[in-house]
Design a protein around this ligand. Sequence first.
Ligand SMILES: [Fe+2]
Ligand SMILES: [Fe+2]
Length: 293
Amino acid sequence: MKEVTKLSQENPLSSLDEWEDDLLARYPDPNAIAQEKDVSDFRDYESTEKASVKEFYRLQHINQTFDFVAQKRAEYLRFDKMEMSVWEAFDFLNKLVDDSDPDTDLDQFQHLLQTSEAIREQGHPDWMVLVGLFHDMGKVLCLFGEPQWAVVGDSYPVGCAFSDKIVFSDFFAENPDVKNPLYNTKYGIYEPNCGLDKVTMTWGHDEYVYHLLKDYLPEQGLYMLRYHSFYPQHRENAYAHLMSNHDKELFKSVSQFNPFDLYSKSPVPPDWGKLRPYYEDLIAKYLPAKLRF
Ligand SMILES: [Fe+2]
Ligand SMILES: [Fe+2]
């Protein structure tokens, strides 16, 4: 009983999808807005915010400290938890299906497949299709026992001042790092335009999946994986002062990927039976038989 209470306090979202639904409210699809005559259907973000989402960001913003991230990196980037084939990994990820609403929510794999299919339909390179298929694989962190706020949520740098352009930035007042003179200045422990590779980001599914696949994909694809939730930069341009020119060039790829993630959701599942041979070949082309988690 005690554990259940702890879990719901740590995990205020009814499912991880609630964070993504909230992103859609914050960053609505411009094409959908253009087609919709009554713009009032797209109410402004502040008026639609949910208590569960707000509590989720409160927990993220107070708990994602530089030390917390360092500890999680040490724990997970050893990749000594499990070894799985890609197909076993998708089955494992699908254990995350939302039990409270099994009829309306598509499982994790369907979101990945819809993203990858939307990319494929537009004729992008096959490695980008693979990025679509894998971009949320890092959510397996939940199944390793991590709380929601250490798996999803907008990502942003730690070790320097938190931008006030980050959603619900008022909650950072309770993060211990804002009182640490090492970390609470504009640049903190970093140099101006040092490049994001030198910058430690919040711990979550993006950073984890980047490390999981970093030996197998071209650099543009790795940026898409690593920074796909870095909304404070790709939507708000809040951290350009830490980025190198190389990062700025590569962020064109991140921006190209983002709409496929946010706006490809459809209630109709793709026909997996028909698609499977294509994806089997694609995975065999880029990935080893087993991945270490
Ligand atoms: Fe994601
Ligand atoms: Fe996603």
